[in-house]
Ligand binder design. Structure first.
Ligand code: I3S
Length: 126
């Protein structure tokens, strides 16, 4: 654990920009809408920021919260059939949220897939 200001946060394992589309919320299908997201992976969650990292950091000071995804019991798989884009994988959470993540750059998406898969595999399933 590291101290970030007053808040104690789990260590960030990986962060960067990917294309993101949320396709289900609580099991309910959503219309796919791709956008760039700043993504922060820590041991048991992923946070999605709609803005740049810089904008996200200044928004945090005003109490603005990113979308947070609990990785406990989550499922990750390549999702070739869910998009015409290359390099797409899907994360499905226990709560029935589904996210597609994508990058045109092969090594970037592979690094993210492995990092998230490792995080999920280290966590208890429930
Ligand atoms: O799986 P779909 O429905 O072909 O996904 C495309 C659509 O969501 C489209 O938006 P509209 O719902 O306004 O048609 C998006 O702009 C496309 O990016 C989606 O397809 P890809 O293959 O890019 O995931």
């Amino acid at each position: 654990l590291t101290d970030v200001g007053k808040v104690t946060e789990p260590m960030v394992e990986k962060e960067g920009y990917l294309q993101k589309a949320k396709i289900a919320d609580g099991g309910k299908k959503l219309r796919k809408n791709w956008s760039t997201s700043w993504i922060v992976l820590s041991s048991r969650k992923i946070e999605f920021y709609k803005e740049s990292k810089q904008q996200a950091l200044s928004n945090m000071k005003t109490g603005h919260k990113p979308e947070s995804v609990d990785l406990c019991g989550a499922y990750i798989e390549w999702a070739k059939e869910k998009s015409s884009r290359k390099n797409v994988f899907q994360i499905t959470t226990v709560s029935g949220n589904e996210f597609l993540l994508q990058s045109d750059i092969d090594f970037i998406i592979l690094d993210w897939f492995n990092a998230i898969k490792n995080a999920i595999d280290r966590l208890p399933k429930d």
